[in-house]
Design a protein. Structure first.
Length: 427
């Protein structure tokens, strides 16, 4: 192993050990969802034969139960430590894909970016179900050109743990000539999961992770909630933060908040469809798949955060995957530079760690400084989304005038894929 790769792996282990210690010993109970809620669900399954997602509705897709059950392997006393170890192993597998010996030194900068992102995001990077889906998604996008069906299968499995990787699948369907294989694998895998659910008696709850979102209010970290947080801080009538016992989260309410909550889901759908349509337009104009996929993925994933009435610190971890994809695409010759969004996402991650877990109680108390921090963080979502949309539009415009990228007529051959061996270029 070269010195540069050895340094990467030392940094990888050091960051995970640090984040693990903060999760286990740090203030603010950063691993609380895992050690309290996830462990409670698994204890119900093993001790009382009561399975969330089968015997009752659930806020997560059914495969989310698998890593929760796996973390029970060494007993409830070390549930949190087992969870952290599981996430570290999964991240290690994804990291190995990004640091293969055949990769150029320039490509290793992508792995360094991921390490910096994890460190800046803080303990939440390891402490939620989202943490399991991130390495799966990374492996999926790495394998997309060389093993498209396996890549699609991995992304579908991740989607059935947490819905966000569906945005990556949508971007692949829009931009890739592997779209038919992706759709077939996605539908076939999903159908198999649904059939198993019905066989286990959970047919009535199979899509409850969607229906459970419908009645939710405005979670305090959602961008749309920012206005009501400031109203509550100013003492406006009827505006205040409260804890919802039903869904175990902090929300904000006030005049017009219920209407906003009702409108956010359809608005999110409209924005996602509009972004997808922009991607389709770029493809129809002859844009290269390599140029379209990364900004389209970033736009769709960011839209899922920016226009969501649910807002949680772990959502920021989703952004790592399209950034990794975009940096890799740039090295392979894409016309879309990804340094700007890479820096923006690092800033978003750092601001998120300021908010959670250390000072979260002060945010709940509507501290002015933290309200400024969350306002800035939420505004950066829209800056990031605007950047991705603008680049997507420019990709289509360049293709129309004959300035497209290198793969306009090809379905991502292995020799030109961002994560193929020996690709060189400038990020």
């Amino acid at each position: 192993m070269s010195a540069s790769r050895l340094a990467l792996w030392i940094a990888f282990v050091a960051v995970h050990v640090w984040l693990g210690l903060v999760n286990l010993l740090g203030p603010g109970l950063p691993l609380g969802d895992v050690t309290i809620t996830y462990r409670f669900w698994t204890d119900q399954a093993f001790s009382h034969d009561y399975w969330v997602g089968i015997d009752s509705v659930w806020v997560y897709p059914i495969l989310a139960i698998l890593p929760m059950l796996a973390s029970f392997a060494f007993g409830p006393e070390v549930y949190g430590s087992t969870w952290l170890t599981l996430v570290m192993v999964l991240n290690g597998v994804a990291f190995a894909f990004l640091t293969r010996p055949t990769f150029s030194r320039e490509r290793l900068a992508i792995a360094w970016w991921w390490i910096a992102f994890l460190l800046l995001l803080g303990p939440i990077a390891l402490g939620r179900i989202d943490s399991v889906t991130i390495p799966l998604a990374v492996v999926g996008v790495v394998l997309l050109a060389t093993r498209p069906r396996i890549a699609a299968f991995i992304l579908v499995i991740a989607t059935w743990m947490k819905i966000w990787p569906a945005a990556l699948l949508a971007a692949i369907v829009v931009s890739s000539k592997h779209r038919l294989a992706t759709v077939v694998v996605a539908l076939g895998t999903s159908a198999a999961i649904v059939l198993v659910m019905f066989a286990l008696g959970g047919g009535g709850a199979v899509f409850s992770f969607i229906t459970q979102q419908a009645g939710r209010g405005l979670q305090i970290e959602a961008p749309v909630s920012t206005a009501w947080l400031w109203q509550a801080a100013a003492g406006a009538n009827n505006a205040y933060v409260y804890y919802d016992q039903g869904i175990l989260t902090f929300q904000v309410t006030g005049d017009g908040a219920d209407v906003a909550a009702d409108l956010m889901t359809p608005l999110l759908a409209v924005v996602a469809l509009a972004v997808a349509a922009l991607g389709i337009l770029a493809v129809r104009r002859g844009a290269a798949a390599l140029d379209v996929l990364a900004p389209l993925s970033l736009a769709l994933v960011t839209a899922l955060i920016a226009f969501n009435k649910v807002g949680s610190p772990q959502f920021i971890s989703w952004l790592a995957v399209p950034i990794i994809l975009g940096l890799g695409a740039r090295l392979a010759g894409s016309s879309v530079p990804f340094r700007v969004p890479a820096v923006i996402v690092l800033v978003i991650a750092a601001l998120t760690q300021v908010l959670y877990p250390y000072l979260y109680v002060y945010l709940l108390g509507l501290n002015t400084v933290l309200l400024i921090v969350i306002t800035a963080r939420n505004a950066l979502y829209f800056v990031l989304l605007a950047w991705a949309i603008a680049e997507l539009w420019q990709v289509g415009t360049r293709a129309r005038v004959g300035e497209g990228g290198p793969l306009s007529d090809e379905p991502w051959p292995e020799t030109a894929w961002p994560f193929a061996p020996n690709q060189r270029g400038m990020i």
